[in-house]
Ligand binder design. Structure first.
Ligand code: PLP
Length: 393
């Protein structure tokens, strides 16, 4: 074939999460939306704050050329300044607006960072189960995705397993806390242990190993600390987006932060800019850059997710399901009632329940139940979860 075979393969094969969501939409059209319990997508069910609307309304009063014109490739200085100020206030840091590169969401942030760091043949370690697009982004950067299973007793990072997987080709470890798909939040001690290993191995191999901290769910945590990772490991690069915290997934706005405390900061900042340039990921949506100036400190409303989480965990444990108590994000990780999660999913589907089988996330035997849905969906799905359970007894 004369076209890029890898691109063809990614486009021709569908994401299984999207496929389940498409099935859910078709099924809702057939039998009524209220009769299908679709827990597949991570699309926030909480509306964006009113302040976002107000900010957009205000932006529309600007002259069109100013409003819709190009911004600098790395984003409006005022938007980067607003983000830096907010981070400095929250985490007692001293970041400069020039440490930030505004992006089209976390997907672009991750792709930019991987392309800034990796050369062909490098390895990037991910903690399984993991967001499936990580593998796509890593391969696109010419690197190999190395899966290291989390500690299956609590789904924290299995630091000894990461240590064992590090080679002279390891360029970075990628983490995501609060975690999709498991809902775990990595404890400070766990991150400190990881940092120690990465520091030791960087010295042993005579080259830096970076920590890419993908944090779109940072603000969605239920009473647990979400440690600021650059304070724990200085070779951290943070990828962020407002897709979940401000419920703006369709607007594509986020950032990359190369903290000034990162020892390679002065080469990483141009490398990030260059990766953005190479991929054409320049000038994030100007309207939403302006929204950041006004809304960067808007609190994330997690009340609805907390209520859903309570209803879901109480309902499922009453029936007898085993799951990981979610500490953050809006996903519940539940053990399938048979070893083959795909077979379990097919059975669940026959009860109009649509979780996502764990094979999509790089491990077997579990399903992800996304609870960023309406409260009624959770409550009304309980008889179906009960019937599914009963069918296995
Ligand atoms: N990283 C994780 C862990 C995610 O769950 C998602 C989206 O669901 C992304 C990155 C991509 O986020 P964005 O929509 O901001 O590109």
């Amino acid at each position: 074939m004369s076209i890029n075979e890898q691109s063809y393969a990614y486009g021709a094969s569908k994401s299984s999460i999207r496929e389940i969501a498409a099935y859910g939409a078709a099924r809702k059209a057939q039998i009524g939306a209220e009769n299908v319990y679709d827990f597949s997508l991570g699309n926030p069910s909480v509306p964006a704050p009113d302040a976002v609307r107000d900010s957009i309304a205000h932006a529309l009063t600007l002259p069109a050329t100013a409003l819709h014109g190009y911004t600098p490739a790395n984003g409006l200085p005022a938007a980067r300044e607003a983000v830096a100020k907010s981070l400095n206030r929250r985490f007692d840091t001293a970041y400069d607006p020039s440490d930030l590169y505004l992006t089209c969401g976390a997907a672009a942030s991750i792709s930019i960072v991987l392309n800034a760091l990796c050369n062909d043949g490098d390895q990037v370690i991910v903690i399984a189960p993991y967001f499936p697009e990580y593998a796509v982004f890593i391969q696109n950067a010419g690197a190999e995705c190395v899966e290291v299973m989390a500690d299956e007793t609590n789904f924290q990072i299995d630091v000894a397993a990461v240590e064992a997987a590090i080679t002279s080709s390891t360029k970075a470890v990628m983490i995501d806390s609060p975690n999709n798909p498991v809902g775990a939040v990595y404890a400070r001690k766990n991150l400190e242990a990881l940092a120690k290993v990465l520091s030791t191995k960087s010295i042993e191999f005579g080259q830096p190993i970076y920590l890419i901290s993908d944090e779109p769910y940072r603000e969605i945590a239920y009473g647990v600390e979400v440690p600021w990772v650059p304070d724990i490991y200085d070779r951290t690069i943070v990828c962020y987006s407002y897709s979940k915290s401000l419920s703006l997934p369709g607007e594509r706005i986020g950032w990359v932060l190369v903290p000034g405390t990162n020892p390679e900061h002065d080469v990483l900042v141009p490398a990030v800019a260059g990766a953005g340039r190479k991929m054409g990921f320049v000038c994030a949506p100007a309207l939403f850059q302006r929204v950041l100036i006004d809304c960067v400190d808007e609190p994330t409303n997690i009340d609805a997710y907390a209520r859903n989480r309570k209803a879901l965990t109480e309902g499922l444990s009453r029936i007898g399901y085993e799951f990981v108590e979610p500490q953050g994000a809006f996903y519940l990780w539940m053990r399938a009632l048979e070893p083959d999660a795909n077979a379990f999913f097919e059975r669940a589907k026959s009860f109009e329940l649509l979780p996502v089988p764990s094979d999509s996330f790089g491990c077997t035997g579990w399903v992800r139940v996304g609870y960023c849905v309406s409260y009624d969906t959770i409550v009304n799905s309980m008889p179906a979860w009960q019937a599914l359970w009963d069918s296995y007894q």
